[in-house]
Design a protein. Structure first.
Length: 78
């Protein structure tokens, strides 16, 4: 599943120190136009921080479905 994504993902460049042309300082999951997903921070009532991104969640579920998982949820990757 991840290998297929890496093959399709826009490359960050062609530097020899980057693994598979992926820059370790760049976001791993990117939109098809090369932009990174916008992750939003939310603070819970107890003061904990959580992070959320509907577009990224949908992207991961689509990857899981393409890999053959029926009715995947964001937790299916666990």
């Amino acid at each position: 599943m991840i290998k297929g994504y890496i093959d399709k993902r826009p490359k960050d460049g062609d530097h020899p120190d980057q693994y598979g042309a992926l820059d370790p300082d760049e976001a791993f999951f990117k939109r098809s136009n090369g932009d990174h997903f916008k992750v939003k921070r939310r603070d819970t009532e107890k003061g904990n921080a959580t992070y959320h991104c509907n577009a990224l969640n949908n992207h991961i579920k689509r990857l899981l479905a393409d890999a053959g998982i029926e009715q995947p949820s964001i937790l299916s990757g666990r």
